[in-house]
Design a protein around this ligand. Structure first.
Ligand SMILES: NC(=O)c1ccc[n+]([C@@H]2O[C@H](COP(=O)([O-])OP(=O)(O)OC[C@H]3O[C@@H](n4cnc5c(N)ncnc54)[C@H](O)[C@@H]3O)[C@@H](O)[C@H]2O)c1
Ligand SMILES: [Zn+2]
Ligand SMILES: [Zn+2]
Length: 394
């Protein structure tokens, strides 16, 4: 089959590789019909190279048709239309029982001391072959796959793999009281979906910050008050002015570790890129590789006693945090990868009607064949050609 494989920093290729097969009785094989490209893939494209091997198959936002199931998979059958969550969880351990599928004790990557395995996401998360491919082996298929009805196009459902539950959790964790203000940093697919979910869930005002003109326009078009990072030297002062001097009660950071405007993290990334993998891994694990400008901005912006909800991914252990300000302002901080299956019962009903309240049908900007993956990664990373959300259609 054809699959998108990692070959080095800024080097992904479409390789021909063996078709996947059932390895465990809890596996299924799906034929992928749509599969997303995500800001998290860009971390692999740019920063996390030392944790990935040449040839590893990328991607974690797939949906498709079940081809084959293992002996213990009874919830789905060949021919079913399914969306596959990006985190792989068992559904019956202590953590899954608590709705913390990201911490699944069956699939945890214990040698790395990390949480649940993820599709297509490096040795940090189990080195499981990913979903930007014609076929995918789905581990823990007795629990993970989300069955969806026939009829609407894939766009309607595919974002349940990641974008929707990630935005849903970010908004829940942001704890926005009805009618109050939330500010979202970063208006990529995740941040923009956070603004849509926040409006749908009853936030009074939603402010969004980015620096890419089309992204600001997109968000403004559905009722977000947008601020261009590059137009304001003192963003916190502008935001305080807009919010009665106090700042928004909730701030969501949907930027992550490659934030614009943080030179030190960028230097560490560049240096890590020149080191042998084993050394670079240590630099990344223990050094300050994160460009923390967005997170620091979130802490500065949020109202005293308010909540910062972090969905952008960060990776370093020695990344300095402004504890004095966090403590003084009594900030609540919640974060983590999305516990996908936990939120699906709340999200699915918003996708099955005709009204499309979250605007998923027109969310993607590019629908491309898998062969165009190298180009797609490049335009998404450089934010060229209006690339906002790319769906591959293998
Ligand atoms: N928690 C989860 O489960 C989860 C799931 C998916 C993605 N993510 C993470 O969410 C983040 C966003 O993902 P995405 O797909 O939207 O990617 P993206 O890279 O397209 O979006 C990031 C946006 O932030 C903007 N930005 C950069 N620096 C900024 C700054 N200093 N202030 C304000 N905006 C800034 C960029 O212009 C871009 O529009 C990534 O870090 C990704 O890894 C987390
Ligand atoms: Zn993703
Ligand atoms: Zn589990």
């Amino acid at each position: 089959m054809k699959a998108v494989a990692w070959h080095g920093n800024h080097d992904v290729r479409v390789d021909t590789v063996p078709d996947p097969t059932i390895e465990q009785p809890t596996d299924a094989i799906i034929r992928v019909t749509s599969t997303g490209l995500c800001g998290s893939d860009l971390h692999l494209y740019e920063v996390l190279g030392p944790f990935i091997d040449e040839g590893d198959i990328l991607g974690h936002e797939p949906m498709g048709i079940v081809e084959e199931v293992g002996a213990e998979v009874t919830n789905i059958k060949p021919g079913d239309r399914v969306v596959i969550p990006f985190n792989i969880s068992c559904g019956n351990c202590y953590m899954c029982g608590k709705g913390l599928q990201t911490q699944c004790e069956t699939t945890q990557t214990r040698e790395m001391d990390t949480g649940a395995a993820l599709l297509g996401y490096t040795k940090l998360y189990g080195q499981v072959p990913g979903g930007q491919a014609e076929y995918l082996r789905v581990p823990q298929a007795h629990y993970g796959p989300i069955k969806v009805p026939e009829g609407p196009p894939d766009d309607r459902f595919v974002y349940m793999s990641d974008v929707l539950p990630t935005a849903w959790q970010a908004v829940k964790y942001a704890d926005v009281p009805e009618g109050e203000t939330v500010l979202v940093l970063g208006l990529g697919p995740i941040g923009e979906m956070c603004t849509r979910v926040a409006i749908q869930q009853g936030a009074g005002r939603v402010i969004g910050v980015d620096l890419v003109p089309e992204r600001l326009e997109r968000a403004a078009a559905h009722g977000v008050e947008v601020l261009d990072l590059e137009e304001h030297d003192d963003l916190p002062a502008v935001v305080r002015e807009m919010t009665g001097g106090r700042g928004p009660i909730s701030v969501i950071d949907a930027v992550g570790m490659e934030a614009h405007g943080a030179p030190i993290g960028k230097m560490a990334h560049t240096i890590a890129g020149f080191l042998p993998d084993a050394v670079a891994r240590k630099v990344i694990e223990t050094g300050g590789i994160d460009r923390l400008s967005a997170l620091h901005m979130a802490i500065e912006l949020v109202q005293r006693g308010g909540t910062v909800s972090l969905s952008g991914v960060y990776g370093g252990a020695a990344s300095p945090m402004p504890l004095i300000q966090m403590f003084d302002k009594q900030i609540n901080l919640r974060m983590g990868q999305a516990n996908v299956k936990r939120w699906i019962p709340e999200i699915l009903p918003l996708l099955t009607g005709d009204d499309d309240p979250l605007g998923v049908d027109a969310f993607a900007t590019h629908r491309l064949p898998l062969e165009e993956a190298p180009h797609a990664y490049e335009i998404f990373q450089k934010k060229q050609d209006g690339a906002f959300k790319v769906l591959f259609q293998p």
